[in-house]
Ligand binder design. Structure first.
Ligand SMILES: [Zn+2]
Length: 223
């Protein structure tokens, strides 16, 4: 015999569990979780670190460009920001430039060269609000938290750009290096790679925003 009342309770528990489980934490909650292990900081969080949860969906390309880095076949990229994120577009573009111009990045060893342009480009690096990331990355499930590469487009989640992840706590610049290198790696044709062994440097194509799986931080393709 089935106890109908018990079954009803069970069903509602499952439904509630499903609802709360599928509800991703807001980026603010993630940010709070990231900060919580450290002692309370005396200065308040910078106003620049406010995460815009849902932008307009309209993007503007950052004007200007970079010099060419590396040797080998040239790939151009452009950086674009969703309107209303409250960030300095030139500052974001320069940060991306600095990562990609690093000799440990994808131009290492004369494999290719990279240059930022302001117009048509081989690949696009788009910084977007969590809601827009989810839309642009679908059917990949970025859950308001993660970033993705989709075709020739890298879609970076502004929540991660501004608050990082626990594995890179206190190392936001280093995390941004990882984020840019990882997603650009997908556009270049690289898939995910596992941690090769406990204590080893993580390959950049490990999903380090989720965790290091026993590896140490590895923001570079060719460290
Ligand atoms: Zn990935």
């Amino acid at each position: 015999m089935v106890d109908v009342r018990a079954l009803g309770l069970l069903l509602s528990a499952v439904l509630l569990g499903g609802c709360s489980g599928s509800e991703p934490p807001t980026p603010k909650a993630v940010a709070a979780a990231v900060r919580s292990p450290s002692p309370p900081a005396s200065p308040p969080p910078s106003p620049a670190a406010v995460v815009v949860e849902r932008g307009s969906g309209a993007f503007s390309t950052v004007p200007g460009g970079s010099s060419t880095t590396g040797a080998g076949p040239l790939l151009t990229y452009r950086v674009e920001l969703e309107a209303g994120l409250g960030l300095d577009p030139v500052g974001v573009a320069r940060s991306v430039d600095t990562t990609l111009a690093d000799p440990r990045s994808w131009t290492s060893g004369g494999r290719r060269s990279l240059r930022r342009v302001a117009g048509e480009a081989d690949l696009r690096v788009s910084l977007a609000s969590p809601a827009t990331v989810d839309r642009l990355c679908a059917p990949l499930r970025t859950l308001g938290r993660y970033s993705c590469a989709n075709g020739d487009r890298v879609v970076l989640n502004v929540a991660r750009w501004l608050t990082g992840v626990p594995a890179y706590e206190g190392r936001l610049e280093e995390y941004r290096d990882y984020l840019v290198n990882h997603e650009v790696g997908h556009v270049l044709g690289f898939g995910h790679a596992p941690c090769p062994g406990a204590g080893q440097v993580a390959p950049v194509m490990l999903q380090q925003s989720i965790g290091l799986d026993g590896c140490t931080r590895g923001p570079w393709p060719y460290p």
